[in-house]
Each structure stands twice: as C-alpha cells, then as structure tokens.
Ligand binder design. Structure first.
Ligand code: PLP
Length: 405
C-alpha cells in the first residue's frame, strides 16, 4: 500500500508486530530448523550434524530402501498428484488397496485412508456427534481431537488424565442420547497407554462410542506392531462395534497420512459425512504405495520393531544411575516416547542446551504443552538408533546431571 492509498487509518493489522514481540518477550517464539538426513538417526541441522532423539519415525522406515522404491514406482505408475477428492476421481487403485490392507493389519472390518491425521480427527468427531450430543475427552488428548470436539458443537466433558472413575460418573450423569468418548491410545507427551479394555467396557455400559487415536502406537505396540487395539485383542475390545480406531502413517509407518478403521457401517458413515474427506484432494497414490511397502516391512522384517524395543529397554535400564540425585523422573512408558521430567522450565532448557552442545537433539517440552512444573525432555527412540547412540545419550544425560546449577 502506498501512503496516499485510502487504506491509511489505524488497523488491527498494525498490532501484529507488537503481538509477535510479546510472544518473543514471553519466550514463546518457535523457530524452525532446516534439516536433511545424515547417517543413521543423525540429521544435518542448520548445517551441523546432530544425533536426533526427536523424530516420530520410530522404526526408521522413512529411509527404508523398499519404501523409497515404492514411492518412486508409485510416481511412475500414477503420476505425482491424485488430482481430485476421493469422492470424485482421486481414489486410486493404490489407495483402495491400502485401505483393505490397513483394515486387515488392525483386525477391523473396514478402513478409510486420509491425507493427514490432524484433518482426520478434526473432522471425524463432528461427523459423529453434534449439538445436543455429549463428548468425553481425556485431559491429555492431542490438539486435533480437541479441535474436532470444538468443531462438533457437542457438549464437551473433560475428564482427568486416565481417570476412569470420573469418566464413569460423567457418562452416568449425561442425559445425551449420543455419547462419544475420545482418547489417545498412547499419550503423545507422556508415552503412557490408555486402559482400552476398561474404556470399551464403560462405553458398552453407557451406550457410548469410543474413538482411539493411536498415532504413537501403530507400528510400535501389539503383535507385529499392529497397534494398541490389537495389543488387547484377547480382551474382546477389538470385536466391539463401539470402537473406532484411528492412527497416523507419518510416524512409525514412516510416510504420511492417516486412517480410521472400525465396523463397516460406521466407516461407511464417516465416508459419507467427513468434510475433510469429501472436500480435500485425496492422498497421492505414491504415498499409498509407500505405506503399503512400509506395512510389508513391518510384517516381514520384525528386526525393526525388535531393535526399537531393545533400545527402549537399554535406555530405561541405564537412566537410573545416569540421573541419580537429580530429582528428575522418567515416566513409566513401554513406548518409543520416553519423558524425562525435570521440573523447572529453565533447568529443562539448560539440559536441552547442554545436550545440544554435545551434538544431541533432544527437545524440551514446556508449559502450556505440559502441566506447570513438569517441563521435560521428550526423548523419542527409534529402530534407527544403534546401541551406541543410546549409550551416547545416557552419557550426555549423566554429564548434564553432574553439572547441575
Ligand atoms: C501427530 C499426531 C496427530 C496428527 O497426525 P498428522 O498425520 O501428523 O497430521 C494426531 N494425533 C496424535 C496423537 C498425534 O501425535
């Protein structure tokens, strides 16, 4: 705009620089790094090589030769973009095959493949419930479930993290005819696992539906990495028609996208009613082909999952001596997410910076992402880490513990 334009009066847009400055003053500005893969679990980060403990690529499959080859072959066969919504001409043969394979892997009747997990949850929740209905949401649920809940305009009842007694009381007290319980299956900041059989039992008792977000469990938990629901198949939880299972494909599966699976009729309803499915361009076939290759790798090459679990066990076995006397605590977790709670924000940042000086990238997570006073390192382990990488991390943590202020 030029000065003589008639758009010269005061505007709220003039406040944006001040608002950015206020974020900065509160130490809330986020900065991105420019990265490129280096060897193993290392990354080039702004031109410097670092050993990364921050990736959700839990099985290292984003670098798998067969997964890369499938992406290239998929592009050769189908082109790069899908060209349209799945409701028009975007539903490729590859996407259809992937949906059948995903349903089989998790042991449910039918699956629907989405381009992203965020869009899936933000949009399937409003497809399931609306004004006058009731939603019950774990306090530590991922942002996209929370946003889906808000978009639905249903009444939202938040229960304390994993507090099933409170959930039972809220379900009992609700007069709503349609009730939906939403929960992460593996919680993204703590790494703990929801009590799925108990959640299913509560939903059966109160005529509710359960939506599980297994973004961090698919590929990691259960037999052959089939996910947190398959992990409790013995209990009958998977057989319940009251379960919708959602997982993402950009974490352990190493690619991108997401899916929701459940009974034939519920998935058909979501196909008809989910706005981010209808009004968005379908995921490209080259990504579906890549995920299919990743699923084959998960099934046929159990060494990836075995390496991840060996790394988790080695880390947990070594952490006690490394941090003795600090008051830091490692939260219980059998998943790839290992949360080391340090407490104060500045102390967590100091440890993060000490590790960074040693060439390790371990993110500190601070309030409001986690509760006040529980600033932590969120350590993500992967099959791409070697036993030496885990030892390097433990040694660096021990050194940071010794130099405490
Ligand atoms: C990452 C994540 C998502 C979002 O999935 P994207 O495919 O990355 O959009 C949803 N839920 C949870 C719990 C996540 O961690």
């Amino acid at each position: 705009m030029t000065a003589d334009s008639n758009d010269s009066g005061p505007s709220w847009l003039d406040e944006v620089p001040e608002r950015l400055a206020a974020l900065d003053a509160a130490h809330l500005t986020r900065r991105r790094r420019e990265v490129r893969p280096a060897a193993g679990a290392s990354l080039w980060v702004d031109g410097r090589q670092m050993l990364a403990f921050c990736s959700n690529d839990y099985l290292g499959l984003s670098q798998h030769p067969a997964v890369r080859a499938a992406a290239i072959a998929g592009a050769q066969r189908y082109g790069v973009g899908s060209g349209a919504s799945p409701m028009v001409s975007g539903h490729s043969e590859a996407n259809a095959a992937l949906e059948r394979e995903l349903a089989e892997v998790v042991g449910l009747e039918r699956a629907l493949y989405f381009y992203a997990g965020y869009a899936t949850n933000a949009s399937i929740v409003p497809a399931l419930v609306g004004p006058g209905d009731a939603l019950f949401s774990d306090a530590l649920n991922h942002a996209c479930l929370i946003d889906g809940a808000r978009l639905s305009k249903a009444d939202i009842h938040r229960f304390g993290h994993a507090d099933l007694a409170q959930l039972a009381a809220l379900l009992q007290a609700s007069p709503a005819r349609r009730k939906l319980v939403i929960s992460d299956a593996v919680f993204s900041m703590d790494g703990d696992v929801a009590d799925i059989p108990a959640l299913v039992a509560l939903c059966e008792r109160h005529d509710a539906l359960l939506l599980l977000d297994d973004a961090h469990g698919f590929g990691v938990c259960g037999p052959q990495g089939r996910g947190s629901l398959a992990a409790v198949a013995r209990t009958g939880a998977r057989a319940s028609r009251r379960v919708l299972y959602m997982a993402t494909l950009g974490k352990a599966a190493g690619v991108s996208g997401a899916f929701v699976a459940g009974s034939r009729v519920l998935v058909e309803w979501l196909l008809q009613k989910t706005r981010s499915y209808t009004f968005a361009t379908a995921a490209p076939a080259l990504l579906a082909e890549s995920v299919r290759a990743a699923l084959r790798a998960i099934r046929d090459e159990p060494a990836h999952l075995a390496r991840l679990h060996a790394n988790i066990a080695a880390f947990r076995a070594g952490i006690g001596p490394a941090i003795e006397g600090t008051g830091w605590t490692l939260l219980p977790s059998l998943t790839a997410i290992q949360a080391l709670v340090i407490g104060a924000n500045d102390e967590a940042l100091r440890v993060m910076n000490t590790l960074a000086d040693a060439g390790l990238w371990v993110p500190a997570i601070r309030p409001p992402t986690v509760p006040e006073g529980t600033a932590r390192l969120r350590i993500a382990l992967s099959a791409a880490h070697t036993p030496e990488d885990v030892a390097t991390l433990l040694n660096a943590l021990a050194a940071a513990a010794r130099t405490r202020a």
